[in-house]
Design a protein around this ligand. Sequence first.
Ligand code: MIC
Ligand code: SF4
Length: 644
Amino acid sequence: MGLTIAQKLIKAHLVEGNMTPGEEIGLKIDQTLTQDATGTMAYLEFEAIGVDRVKTEKSVAYIDHNTLQTGFENADDHRYIQTVTKKHGIYFSRPGNGICHQVHLERFGIPGKTLIGSDSHTPTGGGIGMLAMGAGGLDVAVAMGGGTYYIPMPKMTRINLHGYLKPWVSAKDVILEVLRIMSVKGGVGKIIEYGGDGVKTLSVPERATITNMGAELGATTSVFPSDEITLAFLKAQGREQDWCEILPDADACYDEVIDIDLCALTPMAACPHMPDNVKTTDEIGALKVDQVAIGSCTNSSYADMMKVAAILKGKTVAPTVSLCIAPGSKQVLNMLALNGALSDMINAGARILESACGPCIGMGQSPNSKGISLRTFNRNFEGRSGTKDAGIYLVSPEVAAASALTGYLTDPRQLGECPKVEMPEKFIVNDNMIEPPASPEEAKDVEVLRGPNIKPFPETRPLPQEIRAKAVLKVGDNITTDHIMPAGAKILPYRSNIPHLSQFCFAVCDETFPKRIKEEGGGFIIGGSNYGQGSSREHAALVPLYLGVKAVITKSFARIHIANLVNAGILPFTFENEADFDKIDQMDELALESIRSRLENGEQIVLKNLTKGEEYKLVSAHLSERQRKMLLCGGLLDYTRENN
Ligand code: MIC
Ligand code: SF4
């Protein structure tokens, strides 16, 4: 039987397990990336592992998230990352050089290679045929040290794209349509592979917009073939030697096939507060808009920015709208500056931001209260923008720019002829903001600079025989890591300071949670389905660990978050019978008896509800043998220490 693209890439990197869906497989990792908000922790973990020099083919550290330096913390963390990477063989992309996924695609990504990144949008690399996955910082640290990366073998979903996009309809509308069809949990346990005659009509940045936002489906990753369009992109980046062709076999077998007619798509928006709450702009109607934000790793390529500039040229942003634009990389910004497009944006009244994540992660530009903000980003979770009651709509650059001019959500097809933007034959390449690591000899003399904001990790302990604690928090479906551990300008600078972060744990759902769980001396969290969707931040596990969370019991988990919980030594079980979820009330007294021996011997796990006098069967079958052992030791670091 033939293989899909993803199966070919997995087969070529398989070091453990067999490729049966659901079973754990171990992969060799060729490349890693980190960003600064997860990077400080990842490099502290890398140092704790004690390997001198990275063992990957290429590892790159980006500074793009924490660029709002309102105190010493972020700048100190940048210095730490700059020096620790120099010492250990990692490339360093300096602040200002751009958003990790955009720059990695431009300068480092290679078709056919595996990439893991401590950021959930790492699948952007799937746009050039990489097997690119988001992971927790500790998993990235282990991979940098030459360790294997483990995932459950995914099922294969094929999305056939037919025809071509009509004028003013964009790659963003394609992924919004996929989200509408599949939902934010529809991709869990799957790799989404794109094919069909429509693929040839999409440039690499368009493909990357689609694979980027595959993260919002909960998918393990998304991937496009590597074909002559990929070659043209790499050639324009001066990297044609990195190209190879990767296509699925003609008789490749998929678990699921979805067909999308590109010609039938119209401009769309994901409405508050979930990326799968998708409607056409016509269905939503003329919504009054307060803010428009253009950029992020989803939509900040040269082509996206050129379209925006062409729409804005010679016009003025509506007086009621604040428009901000963050081009995705120094390469993009520089090209816009040199060809005059930047001037068109500035003249129209756009507020130009540095090439970084910025408003996407609440680092500035929070909307006014109850404000309506159209964003070309990928997430519109409640509170993520920094304004809890704001309504965030996720849209294409075309819809964003058109609406910035009118002041209302606008179908750009009303604007007449669609500007045509050609992909450049040559991008301007200047890697002067990417610092190579020191040579092994020089590395010995590199001093790693640590600021006072860096605090020790929370302590882990081997699993006890019995756990008795209250259900300190009960939450519903689709809880995101932005709920568990919010980000934003006030909190993000403390990513290497778990005690400080702990004050904000679950602030979006229940501000009293940190105080209550401390008073109880720890507890359980009860959650609905797709618990922990969204970002890869391991802080959403480390902070609960610090606060004394013993186990998280849910209807189902998101992939990266469950791996982070296990790495942190927190038990992640699911209900055998989902209806039992309804039987538990917040603050019920719960017990896991003989939990250590039950987990060790693979016996049925039972949750006792001492308040109600009931018992519920729990599932641990989603945990591999390796993960069970990790949980018995108290997490991945302890497991690694014990097994070395
Ligand atoms: C995000 O988009 O939520 C982030 C911020 O990039 C996160 C990483 C983080 O929390 O640092 C992600 O997507 O993994
Ligand atoms: Fe940065 Fe936003 Fe992309 Fe996350 S989603 S990497 S915050 S631009």
